[in-house]
Design a protein around this ligand. Structure first.
Ligand code: NAP
Length: 237
């Protein structure tokens, strides 16, 4: 189904985006990955092989996003995992930091959908990324929760407006990806063990867990306007 399809993964140089790129390539697709760091892109290309190409792109720069899609031309699927997220206690967090979160994770995805959609084939898809803190309030996640909720809502409305292109949103829970690499290794493992033990599935997620849900959304032509929760039952506990 994905054989010889052209898939754009913005955020494809790391974590869930990189794993999604691997999964679609394994099914015969051609992939364009994009993110800000040339070094990360090169490292990802070494893992993805000859069916992948890379573009340096910062999704917070509207004009850059527009030019990027003009260069890409017609394609079949858009996956946007690009995000740099932060947290912090509401009263102690600088407003600028909260605005930056919206700038990066909300407006980045908004621009990608806006300028990517006109180049998508009619039976194409857009997959955006929200996150569990939109659905389970957590201390320190006021701005990120709001950003994620905004992305989910955007995706659902776009499923109506961009039809017949299918638009879906993935909402991951706690996933072991390089996004948490700033945490010291032992603290990170302790965090994963503590969170994992509380979840019905008894572990945190992997990038591949989420990539498999992306594959499902690309391939199931009866699914649009959904928010797919891939979080090991986190909302329930
Ligand atoms: N991991 C989790 O536990 C978790 C939980 C809930 C939701 N999510 C969501 O899932 C998605 C993927 O997360 P992940 O864990 O895979 O993160 P990740 O490993 O940090 O990957 C994020 C990617 O986004 C790129 N990026 C960041 N800002 C960008 C920008 N302005 N323009 C272009 N590219 C940008 C980064 O590359 P460059 O640095 O090269 O730009 C990187 O390739 C995100 O939306 C995240 O919020 C993750």
């Amino acid at each position: 189904m994905l054989h010889e399809q052209k898939v754009v993964v913005i955020g494809g140089s790391s974590g869930i985006g990189l794993e999604s790129a691997k999964e679609v390539i394994a099914r015969g697709a051609e992939v364009i990955i994009a993110s800000r760091s040339e070094e990360k892109l090169q490292h990802a290309l070494e893992q993805l092989g000859p069916r992948a190409t890379a573009h340096v792109l910062d999704t917070t720069q509207e004009k850059q996003v527009q030019e990027f899609f003009a260069q890409v031309g017609t394609f079949d699927h858009l996956i946007v995992t690009a995000a740099e997220t932060t947290g912090g206690a509401f009263l102690q967090t600088e407003t600028a930091q909260a605005r930056q979160l919206f700038e990066n994770k909300f407006w980045g995805q908004y621009y990608a959908a806006k300028y990517g959609a006109p180049h998508l084939s009619p039976n194409g898809t857009i997959t955006l990324f929200s996150g569990v803190v939109a659905y389970k309030s957590m201390v320190g996640s006021s701005a990120l929760g709001a950003v994620n909720a905004a992305v989910s809502n955007l995706g659902q409305t776009l499923a109506l407006e961009l039809s017949p292109i299918r638009v879906n949103v993935v909402s991951p829970g706690i996933i072991d990806t390089p996004s948490r690499s700033k945490m010291p290794e032992d603290t990170r493992q302790q965090f994963y063990a503590t969170v994992g033990n509380k979840l019905p599935v008894k572990r945190v997620g992997t990038a591949q867990d989420v990539a498999l849900s992306v594959l499902y959304l690309l391939q199931n032509s009866f699914v649009t306007g959904t928010v797919l929760h891939v979080e090991g039952g986190h909302i329930l506990v």
